[in-house]
Design a binder for this molecule. Structure first.
Ligand code: 5MM
Length: 342
């Protein structure tokens, strides 16, 4: 493990008002999203869609790193350039999703465990040779009155820590993603309580596995009311609740927190990130960034729709959301930006 290199990469991923672009949807997730827009669910279409993304001009001024899926890192642009190289050429760092998905957690109805540790050491070495400099693993934690259970939180935290330690051994920065899900009618307070417990447990396991905090990124959910909760707090309340929670449990040595969007609209995700960066300016030990998939890609996917002739307007839409999030990182986002891109 080269500690200096890991720290430099982690800092690079959250530097300069930039954030991560999660384009690592597994084939089933990508296909489900394509189906909604009538896009063919084929490897060719997934490749073409992702070529549209990484060839968007100026994306590297807003995006520090792009997270790929296994299929994509093995594919090339139409001109034969491998995706990882195209990302480097665009001024971004290539990353890779390395978990192999979720499965039901035995003895825990309604809860899941993320798998993927088997053979991970070899896969990380291979991804490193392909150009990846960071990796991502997502655990999904549901919220109900009774869930999550202690067993689900512990089991997922243990795997996240094992993955993170292997990544650092291989010289890749781990992006550690324990996502407390938005589905449900739970309140903002309940999300805060669960997020706090999950993150405390994750950091305890990271410490046990001797993960170097300076060489990792936390990918967290924001603290939000459930999607069907009747009370939906405003942007400032969400910002305050999220930071109150994170300040209690995320060690200052972590260089950055990159939020997932989790099903929020692009506009809300930008507004909430912006509010955090405005209200807590100068008071945070870590950079507050983004690692959005849907909140950056959604309008672009809809416009592209599988058609070569829609590539340019789709790229404009993608760049617009990326620029909005760069502004949100700097606390400079506002309604004006939504009508005129910078
Ligand atoms: C929560 O999902 C991650 C962030 O995406 P959003 O900003 O849209 O919430 C995302 O990186 C996710 O982990 C990947 O898309 C892979 O998801 P699947 O479900 O295909 O493994």
């Amino acid at each position: 493990m080269n500690a200096r290199k890991l720290c430099d990469t982690a800092r690079e991923l959250v530097a300069d008002g930039k954030g991560l672009l999660a384009m690592d949807e597994s084939n089933p997730t990508c296909n489900k999203r394509f189906a909604r827009h009538g896009i063919p669910q084929t490897a060719m279409a997934r490749r073409a869609y992702r070529e549209m993304i990484v060839t968007t001009g100026d994306l590297g001024s807003c995006i520090s790193g792009a997270i790929l899926y296994d299929e994509t890192i093995r594919q090339c642009l139409e001109d034969g350039t491998p995706f990882a190289q195209a990302i480097i050429d665009a001024g971004m760092v290539p990353g890779i999703k390395v978990d192999s998905g979720k499965t039901d957690l035995a003895g825990h109805p309604g809860e899941q465990i993320t798998e993927g540790l088997d053979g991970l050491r070899d896969r990380l070495a291979e991804y490193g040779r392909m150009g990846a400099r960071f990796a991502k693993w997502r655990a999904a934690i549901p919220v109900t009155e009774d869930l999550p259970s202690r067993g689900c939180i512990e089991a997922n935290a243990q795997k996240l820590a094992g993955y993170a330690a292997l990544c650092q051994e291989a010289g890749l920065v781990p992006v550690v993603e324990p996502e407390v899900l938005m589905d449900g009618a739970h309140t903002l307070e309940r999300c805060a309580e669960v997020t706090q417990e999950v993150l405390r447990t994750v950091f305890a396991h990271l410490s046990l596995q001797r993960v170097m905090l300076e060489g990792m990124i936390l990918k967290s959910n924001m603290v939000l009311p459930g999607l069907t909760c009747p009370q939906q707090e405003g942007v400032d309340e969400v910002a305050d609740a999220t930071l109150r929670c994170l300040l209690r449990v995320v060690p200052a040595a972590v260089p950055g927190i990159a939020f997932l969007s989790g099903g929020q609209t692009g506009v809300l995700a930008s507004a909430r990130l912006n509010a955090m960066n405005v209200r807590f300016k100068g008071r945070l030990p870590w950079a507050l960034s983004f690692s959005f998939a849907r909140a950056i890609q959604q309008p672009a996917m809809e416009i592209w729709g599988g058609s070569d002739t829609h590539v340019m307007p789709a790229q404009e839409a993608l760049l617009h959301r990326a620029r909005c999030n760069r502004a949100a990182r700097r606390g400079e986002y506002g309604a004006k930006l939504e009508s005129v891109s910078t």
